[in-house]
Design a binder for this molecule. Structure first.
Ligand code: FES
Ligand code: FES
Length: 211
């Protein structure tokens, strides 16, 4: 029979930290650490060890405080979709390569599939559901509509959030800056020209201001 000291040791061994998780993503997938993922890795501070049992967490999502109970290994994406029924962010690659799960965390564009829910506590999380009041279109969403920027519902929410986060930081971008700025999001059917036009239109509509 193992002593309680051994049990604690084992639990610590099995527990997860955000930094370890992000490093695991990079190593496990062979993903190059560039763009959104590189920014996330740079910010990943060592997190307090918790788990492996489920823990209660509180998240700030679109200005509302919400509670969930998750295993520490659960990603923010799975928590949003499976526990909180906030399904705008999509689960496509689930390994930080496609951008379908893009959300904004503390004003930075991030992949929700590469953030642990426990590590997202205390941060302001924005999802596409909070972009505009119900029944209204945010200028970025309107611009995607106007420019026929996407075809499917999988990549579009991620692109819209990436565009919103990008414009918040670059209110008057050039075409080339838009191209680079949205480089972390993939569309398998190649609607990139429409997307870039949409972002430029939104920048104009928003008049160089954040919205
Ligand atoms: S589902 Fe997160 S980057 Fe693809
Ligand atoms: S429109 Fe969604 S993958 Fe191309």
């Amino acid at each position: 029979m193992s002593s309680s000291k051994d049990e604690t040791k084992n639990k610590r061994k099995n527990a997860f930290s955000r930094r370890g998780f992000l490093q695991g993503i990079g190593a496990g997938t062979g993903v190059l650490s560039t763009g959104i993922l590189a920014e996330q890795e740079a910010q990943a501070a060592p997190a307090a060890v918790s788990g492996p049992d489920a823990v209660s967490i509180t998240l700030d999502i679109n200005g509302k405080s919400v509670k969930a109970t998750v295993e520490p290994r659960t990603t923010l994406l799975d928590t949003l979709r499976n526990q909180l029924d906030i399904t705008g962010a999509k689960r496509v690659c689930d390994r930080g390569t496609c951008g379908a799960c893009t959300v904004i965390v503390d004003k930075k564009v991030m992949y929700a599939c590469t953030i642990l829910a426990v590590a997202a506590q205390g941060k302001k999380i924005e999802t596409i559901e909070g972009l505009a009041p119900e029944g209204k279109m945010h200028p970025v969403s309107q611009a995607f509509w106007d420019n026929d920027a996407q075809q499917c519902g999988y990549c579009t929410p991620g692109f819209v959030m990436a565009a919103k986060g990008f414009l918040d930081r670059n209110p008057n971008p050039t075409y080339e800056q838009v191209k680079k700025g949205l480089g972390g999001n993939l569309c398998r059917c190649g609607t990139y020209v429409g997307v870039r036009k949409a972002v430029l239109q939104a920048a104009k509509t928003m008049g160089g201001k954040n919205a």
